[in-house]
Design a protein around this ligand. Structure first.
Ligand code: NAD
Length: 496
C-alpha cells in the first residue's frame, strides 16, 4: 500500500461525481461543488440526487434482493467483501488522496486510520458473519414429544446508510460492511462535504463484481435533498445513521410513518477524567490526542477535561504547551492538525470561541484563526484552544462544539467528578486516567456512556459494542451487535 505524495492528483479533478444506481453511474439533474477546506478551491462537482433518483436507487436495491445476491450463501458474500477490501488496498493511494482532498486531514491519519480501517471493516464483518452462531432451544410439550426451536437470520431488506464527514470512509464502511455481510442491499449517502472516497468505493464495488443494485450511492444534502428523501422512503426497511443528535431526531420523525428500524450514532460532549495518581505524561499525551485528533472532529473527542486539584495547574499548563506546539497545516506538510471541514463549520466553532469569552472563560491558548499569508488563508483552519474557569452550566461546557477545543476544570473528589462527568444530555464516551486499579473499574462503570476507556482513548476492537446513551444514540453496533441490527432473527419451532 503506497501513500500518496503531493504530486498524486486528486482522483476526480475537474469531473462530476456520479451517483451509482442499479449498476449504472448517473450524472443528471443538479450538481453541487465539492470544496477543499485547505484552500477553499473547488475540487469537483457532485451530482445531487433528487427524490426521483433516490426512488430509483431504492427500487434498484429492492430488486437486487431478489437477484443473485439474495441467493448467495454467507460464504460467497463474505468472499466478495474480502475482494472489496483487497481492491481498496490496491487503490490505497487514490483513496487516501480522495479523503484528504475532501477533509484536509493529515496524510498520516488518513493513511494509518481512515482508509485502512475502511478496508478492515469489510474483512472483519466477512469473518464475523461467517462465524455467527445460531441459537437452539429444546422445549417440553404436553404430549411428551417435545419441540426444537432454532433461529435463522435473514436480511432486513433495503438499508439506508447515512454517514457524516468527520471520518467519512471509516464510518460509511462501518455500517455498509455488516449490512452487506448480512445479505441486505444498501442505498448509501455520504456527507455532502465528503463524497469522494464513497465515489471510489462505488467503482470498487463494480470492479469486484458486487451485483448491480446491491450497493447504490446517492449524493446530496439532508433536508429537501437526497437524505430526507431516503429516510422518508416507504421501501427502505432500516436506517443506519451517524451524525448530529438533532439530525437523528429529524430522521426518527420522518422514519416513524413506516416504522423503520433505526441505529443511531450521534453527538457527544465527552469527559476525560485525570486523577492525581495517573501517569501524568501518559494522561497528558492521551488527552492531547482525545482533544485535538482530527482537529477535534471525532464524536469521541474529549471537550470536557476534569483534573484532580493537586495536578490541575500543572496539567493545564502542560496541555497548553502541547496545544501551542501543534503544527497546523495542510495534509502534506507534516502537520499535527488540519483544517476544520468547512468555512461554515469554522464559523460555528468560532461562535463558541466568542461565546466562551462572553461566558467568562479564561482562554489559556488559541481562540482564533491562524494566519499563513498564503492560499491556506482561504481555507478553514482554526487554532487549538483551551478554556478554563467556566461554570458547569455554561453553554460551552454543555453543547457539542466539534472542534479542537476543551474546557478544563478542577475536581476534589471521585464522587464529585462522577457527578460532573455524567451531568450532560450526551452519553457517548469517557476516558479515565488513574493508576489505582480499583478506582479505574469503579469509576469507568459509573460513567453514563456507551464506551469508557481507562488509561487510553480511541482504542477499538471491532467486536465490541459501540454506541451511546441519552442524546448520543440508539442501539449498539460492532461485532455481534451490528449483525443483530442488520438481520431479522426468525424462530423456527419444529414439533418432534
Ligand atoms: P449531520 O447530522 O449534519 O449530517 C450527517 C449526515 O446526515 C450527512 O450525510 C447529512 O447530509 C445527512 N443529513 C442531514 N440532515 C438530514 C435529514 N434531515 N435527513 C436525512 N439525512 C440528513 O452530521 P455531520 O455534521 O456530518 O457530523 C458531525 C456530527 O456527527 C457530530 O455531532 C458528531 O458527534 C456526530 N458523530 C457521531 C459519531 C458516533 O459514532 N456517535 C461518529 C461521528 C460523528
Amino acid at each position: 500500500m503506497r501513500s500518496p505524495t503531493p504530486s498524486d492528483p486528486y482522483p476526480f479533478a475537474g469531473q462530476q461525481l456520479p451517483c451509482l444506481i442499479g449498476g449504472e453511474f448517473l450524472r443528471q439533474g443538479k450538481a453541487f461543488a465539492n470544496i477543499n477546506p485547505v484552500n477553499g478551491r473547488v475540487l469537483c462537482s457532485v451530482t445531487e440526487a433528487d427524490a426521483a433518483l433516490v426512488d430509483r436507487a431504492v427500487q434498484a436495491a429492492r430488486a437486487a434482493l431478489r437477484g443473485p445476491w439474495g441467493r448467495m450463501s454467507t460464504a460467497e458474500r463474505a468472499a466478495l467483501l474480502r475482494k472489496v477490501a483487497d481492491r481498496i488496498e490496491e487503490r490505497f493511494a487514490e483513496f487516501v488522496s480522495a479523503e484528504i482532498a475532501d477533509t484536509g486531514k493529515t496524510l498520516k491519519q488518513a493513511s494509518s486510520l481512515d482508509i485502512p480501517r475502511g478496508a478492515a471493516n469489510f474483512r472483519a464483518y466477512a469473518d464475523l458473519a461467517l462465524a455467527r452462531p445460531s441459537e437452539c432451544f429444546e422445549m417440553a410439550t404436553p404430549d411428551g414429544r417435545g419441540a426444537l426451536n432454532y433461529s435463522v437470520y435473514k436480511p432486513v431488506g433495503v438499508v439506508a446508510v447515512i454517514a457524516p464527514w468527520n471520518l467519512p470512509f471509516l464510518l460509511l464502511t462501518w455500517k455498509l460492511a455488516p449490512a452487506l455481510a448480512c445479505g441486505n442491499t444498501v442505498v448509501a449517502k455520504p456527507s455532502e462535504e465528503t463524497p469522494s472516497s464513497a465515489a471510489l468505493l462505488a467503482e470498487v464495488m463494480q470492479e469486484v463484481g458486487v451485483p448491480a443494485g446491491v450497493f447504490n450511492l446517492v449524493h446530496g444534502f439532508g433536508p429537501d435533498s437526497a437524505g430526507a428523501a431516503l429516510v422518508a422512503h416507504p421501501d427502505v426497511n432500516a436506517i443506519a445513521f451517524t451524525g448530529e443528535s438533532a439530525t437523528g431526531s429529524a430522521i426518527m420523525k420522518s422514519a416513524a410513518d413506516s416504522v423503520k428500524a433505526l441505529s443511531f450514532e450521534l453527538g457527544g460532549k465527552n469527559a476525560a477524567i485525570i486523577f492525581a495518581d495517573a501517569d501524568f505524561d501518559a494522561a497528558l499525551a492521551g488527552t492531547m490526542r482525545s482533544v485535538f485528533a482530527n482537529t477535534g472532529q471525532v464524536c469521541l473527542c474529549s471537550e470536557r477535561v476534569y483534573v484532580e486539584r493537586p495536578v490541575y495547574a500543572r496539567f493545564v499548563e502542560a496541555l497548553a504547551r502541547g496545544a501551542r506546539a501543534l503544527k497546523v497545516g495542510g495534509p502534506f506538510e507534516g502537520a499535527d492538525m488540519g483544517p476544520l471541514i468547512s468555512r461554515a463549520h469554522r464559523d460555528k466553532v468560532l461562535s463558541y470561541y466568542r461565546l466562551a469569552r462572553e461566558e467568562g472563560a479564561g482562554i489559556v491558548c488559541g481562540g482564533g484563526v491562524p494566519a499563513f499569508g498564503d492560499e491556506r488563508d482561504q481555507g478553514a483552519f482554526i487554532e487549538p484552544t483551551i478554556l478554563t474557569g467556566l461554570p458547569e452550566s455554561a453553554r460551552c461546557v454543555r453543547e457539542e462544539i466539534f472542534g479542537p477545543v476543551c474546557h478544563v476544570a478542577p475536581f476534589d473528589s471521585e464522587e464529585q467528578v462522577i457527578h460532573m462527568a455524567n451531568d450532560t444530555r450526551y452519553g457517548l464516551a469517557a476516558a479515565v486516567w488513574t493508576s489505582n486499579l480499583q478506582r479505574a473499574h469503579r469509576v469507568a462503570r459509573q460513567m453514563e456512556v456507551g464506551i469508557a476507556w481507562v488509561n487510553d482513548w480511541f482504542l477499538r476492537d471491532l467486536r465490541t459494542p459501540f454506541g451511546g446513551v441519552k442524546l448520543s444514540g440508539i442501539g449498539r453496533e460492532g461485532g455481534a451487535h451490528s449483525l443483530a441490527f442488520f438481520s431479522e432473527a426468525m424462530n423456527i419451532c419444529v414439533k418432534l
